[in-house]
Design a protein around this ligand. Structure first.
Ligand SMILES: [Zn+2]
Length: 281
């Protein structure tokens, strides 16, 4: 497929999309930055710090005032371009809080942007204004503890909380399955018309899509419970049983999501751990 790298796509009035060239097994074709507004503009998820992407963002902004550079969370494919874009435009960095992890796993270590320094952190329900229209933070922890979605009219920028191409990786210790499920429930109680995720196509049937995501996780949980009920198993054994034919590049991530399920089940008293093995309680 000819992905639209560095080509601004006007999706609707006040919302345009720009794809960064950072394709991977976790990012699909890459990170999608959004330009929100008409006379003024806010940039949602500026993306990775790639000169070509920064140049494309700068060209798309044109002469307009940048009200804010907004990050949904601080994974390295989302926030590193915030600082250089702030330098180019003079705009403040507004949105999710910084994240300092006390314990970092192998993936977490590589994937968090420790240099992210916001000028203003938005709490749940707080907003900034673009062209006198609010862009409102919707706290959605789970994928990361600092994850925010941003609502603009009846559109919701969902970052990595809900993606258009794949299910979201929940990687402990920062990723938390119970938080993620509660954050899906929070979206279920909203009435957004469309989701614009950081990866993958727009979601034009949000209510149905969120129901599907919740069902998928509940199915996965049931499967994990059933595997450890048969006999005590390690996480790699559960991954092999629950994800047949998995792309080898995704095994670590699947192990993270399985661990996230197990920790949630353990808190609910449904599983226990003996050494490396997990058992039904
Ligand atoms: Zn992420």
């Amino acid at each position: 497929m000819d992905a639209p790298y560095a080509r601004l796509e006007q999706l609707e009035s006040g919302i345009a999309r720009l794809l960064a060239h950072n394709p991977s097994a976790f990012t699909y074709y890459g990170t999608q930055s959004y330009l929100v507004g008409e006379r003024e503009v806010a940039v949602v998820d500026p993306g990775p710090d790639l000169p070509e992407h920064l140049d494309a963002l700068t060209a798309a902004i044109g002469g307009r005032r940048v009200v804010a550079i907004m990050c949904t969370h601080t994974h390295r494919d989302h926030s590193p371009a915030a600082a250089p874009l702030a330098e180019r435009t003079g705009a403040p960095i507004v949105g999710c809080g910084p994240l300092a992890l006390e314990t970092v796993g192998p993936r977490a270590d590589a994937s968090f942007d420790g240099d992210y320094a916001p000028d203003r952190v938005l709490a749940d329900g707080e907003a900034i204004e673009v062209d006198a229209m609010p862009v409102t933070a919707v706290a959605t922890p789970g994928h990361t503890s600092n994850h925010l979605c941003f609502a603009y009219g009846d559109a919701l920028f969902t970052g990595d909380h809900v993606m258009g191409w794949s299910t979201t990786v929940i990687f402990p210790p920062d990723g938390d399955m119970a938080d993620y499920m509660a954050s899906l429930d929070k979206l279920r109680r909203r009435s957004d018309r469309v989701y614009y995720p950081a990866h993958g196509p727009a979601v034009t049937n949000p209510a149905q899509y969120v129901r599907h995501l919740v069902g998928h996780r509940m199915q996965r949980e049931k499967q994990i419970l059933s595997l450890v009920s048969e006999q005590p198993r390690t996480i790699p054994e559960i991954v092999a049983g629950a994800y047949p034919g998995l792309d080898p590049r995704l095994v670590t991530a699947a192990g993270g999501s399985v661990l996230a399920h197990l920790l949630d089940l353990e808190r609910r008293g449904l599983v226990g751990q003996e050494g490396e093995q997990w058992t039904a309680a």
